[in-house]
Design a binder for this molecule. Structure first.
Ligand SMILES: NC(=O)C1=CN([C@@H]2O[C@H](COP(=O)(O)OP(=O)(O)OC[C@H]3O[C@@H](n4cnc5c(N)ncnc54)[C@H](O)[C@@H]3O)[C@@H](O)[C@H]2O)C=CC1
Ligand SMILES: O=C(O)CCC(=O)C(=O)O
Length: 530
């Protein structure tokens, strides 16, 4: 049994990690004391790395992790992981997106109420021995407008609670539909409508190029006087310098922040010092429940990856529903084998790969098939370093043009997957389909119609369609003690070029291949194990 080594380098609930800790084939090392340098020294001997947000998984760490197959994040945001570097190296990055949604939403709501009623400030004053009732007059949430920027898991949960407090909720998210907004009882709005119309604004987007400083001085200028803003998502979505100014000018009556542009935040951050700003040290997901939930989710999926089982929550792979995965998975093997076969027949450096999905396949999510074709194609030349994660990246790196075409009709087959590979000197076409009870079949090689199970070692000859050719090859193979398991012959026209494909029981030596190639009338011989 394989023995996988997993390094857990941040504090993660051991109760949640039980499935990983108890797996017979997995050794888990929990080492939360590693410095960046020691992490670099030890990472080479691990198959997987599990982190929360403390460990910085840099390109250097990923490079040093020569055996790394996966990096797991016990939480949502993966901004402490260099996902691009992981993708380039073919390392899968997974997160645990669902486990801390409710905790972070509840923390946001706790901050919303605290902000409205100045609870932290009043608490601090009384703890200091001062019974001050005048300074802490708050506002009600009842009847106020809450603007939510980013209406994903957390944003939509915040909305439900706000509605229960009789707030009017405006929501903006590029993926929000009117239908969903209506169903949840929120008003689908633009960023401008939220900025100009809300009494409270809360952000729940990831921190990406498009959301960096989503709220900046320009937006603060257009807000209602006395607006209150919250950030329990990521530091940097609200421009901190602009927020300081807006609070000091009185435009913003208060802010509640769980996250900061630089963490840990210190007294050097002016927001930490402003009385109107209430703060927590990135505690959104810090509940017993959330920490167990995210550990269960990430531990389970990591185990699936190590066991080569299907897994969820990959950040650098397309995400498919279970149903979509079920319908597409029978084609995955066909796609990879079609890619490998195409690579074995193509001569010269590949310039362009066309992938055509016809018939029923045209309605499916075909990204996993495209990745499988590329894995088969590029893996033929580059070996094991190519996987589903880095195959598109490697194609891009080799400046190979990729095209994908979908067409809902096919004259002969219910569904057909076709790969056209163009090199600087030639082109190869491979097409395949799934046939009930038989599984994947290759049905076309260039313009030859064939019916071939894509498995085992294939010997392919292109030769002149003339009497005796098959016999000569068969005799030669018999003399070399090579058994033929199956045979296909196709031709364009009588006496023209013909294609023969033999499935043979063992890989041929170079001498036998050369002797076949030297038979008169044989134009080309190729052998591939797929
Ligand atoms: N404070 C904490 O401890 C925690 C913080 N978070 C952070 O909260 C944020 C949201 O998490 P989830 O709701 O789970 O993620 P999610 O992926 O479910 O939702 C994010 C939403 O933001 C939307 N979005 C993306 N670009 C946008 C844009 N330019 N404008 C408006 N919306 C945009 C997306 O369409 C998506 O619906 C993440 O940044 C996450 O890292 C999550 C958990 C704990
Ligand atoms: O691990 C944590 O507590 C941080 C949670 C978080 O920010 C996230 O899941 O994105």
């Amino acid at each position: 049994m394989a023995n996988f080594r997993v390094l857990v380098s941040d504090p993660i609930s051991e109760q949640g990690l039980a499935s990983l800790l108890e797996a017979e084939e997995v050794t888990v090392d929990i080492r939360t004391d590693l410095t960046p340098d020691t992490l670099l020294q030890v990472i080479g001997s691990y198959d997987a790395l599990l982190v929360r947000s403390q460990t910085k998984v840099t390109a250097e760490v990923i490079q040093a992790g020569v055996n790394l197959r996966a990096i797991g994040r016990a939480g949502v945001g993966v901004d402490n992981i260099d996902v691009t570097a992981a993708t380039q190296r073919g390392v899968i990055v997974i997160n645990a997106p669902d486990g801390n949604t409710i905790s972070t939403c509840e923390h946001t709501f706790a901050m919303l109420l605290s902000l409205a009623r100045k609870i932290p400030q009043a608490h601090g004053r009384l703890k200091a021995g001062d019974w001050d009732r005048k300074s802490f007059v708050g506002v009600e949430l009842n009847g106020k407008t809450l603007g939510i920027l980013g209406f994903g898991r957390i944003g939509s949960e915040v909305a439900k609670r706000a509605l229960a407090f009789n707030m009017r909720v405006l929501a903006y998210d590029p993926f929000l539909t009117r239908e969903r907004a209506e169903k949840l009882g929120v008003i689908m709005s633009s960023i401008e409508e939220i900025v100009e119309g809300a009494d409270f604004i809360t952000v729940h987007t990831p921190l990406i190029k498009e959301t960096k400083h989503l709220l900046s001085s320009e937006q603060f200028a257009r807000m209602k006087p006395g607006v209150r803003v919250l950030n329990c998502a990521r530091g940097g979505i609200i421009d901190e310098a602009a927020l300081v100014e807006a609070v000091q000018s009185g435009k913003v009556a208060g802010a509640a922040l769980d996250v900061f542009e630089v963490e840990p935040a210190t007294l050097a951050n002016r927001l930490v010092q402003l009385d109107e700003v209430i703060i927590t040290p990135h505690l959104g997901a810090s509940t017993e429940e959330a920490q167990i939930n995210v550990a269960i989710d990430v531990g389970r999926e990591l185990l699936h990856i190590l066991r080569d089982q299907s897994f969820k929550n990959a950040v650098n792979l397309p995400s498919l529903s279970d149903e979509a995965m079920r319908t597409i998975s029978p084609y995955v093997t066909l796609a990879e084998k079609a890619g490998r076969l195409a690579a074995s027949l193509a001569t010269g450096s590949i310039q362009k790969i066309e992938m055509i999905y016809a018939g029923k396949l045209a309605d499916k999510q075909t990204d996993p098939l495209t990745r499988s074709i590329l894995k088969g194609l590029l893996g033929y030349h580059h070996g094991e370093e190519v996987n589903y994660v880095n195959a598109p990246f490697l194609a891009e790196q080799h400046r190979i043009r990729l095209t994908e075409t979908k067409t809902s009709r096919h004259d002969l087959y219910a569904d057909l997957l076709q790969v056209n590979v163009h090199t600087e000197t030639s082109s190869v076409t491979i097409a395949g389909t799934l046939i009930a009870d038989l599984g994947p079949r290759i049905v076309q090689i260039d313009d030859f119609k064939v019916d071939l199970a894509p498995e085992g070692t294939l010997l392919m000859t292109e030769h002149l369609d003339q009497p005796g050719m098959i016999g000569k090859v068969g005799t030669l193979l018999g003399g070399a003690n090579v058994n033929i398991a199956s045979m296909q012959v196709a031709r364009r026209q009588v006496g023209g070029l013909a294609l023969m494909i033999l499935t043979v029981d063992k890989v041929l030596d170079a001498d036998t291949l050369a002797r076949i190639e030297s038979i008169e009338g044989i134009h080309r011989v190729r052998e591939v194990t797929i």
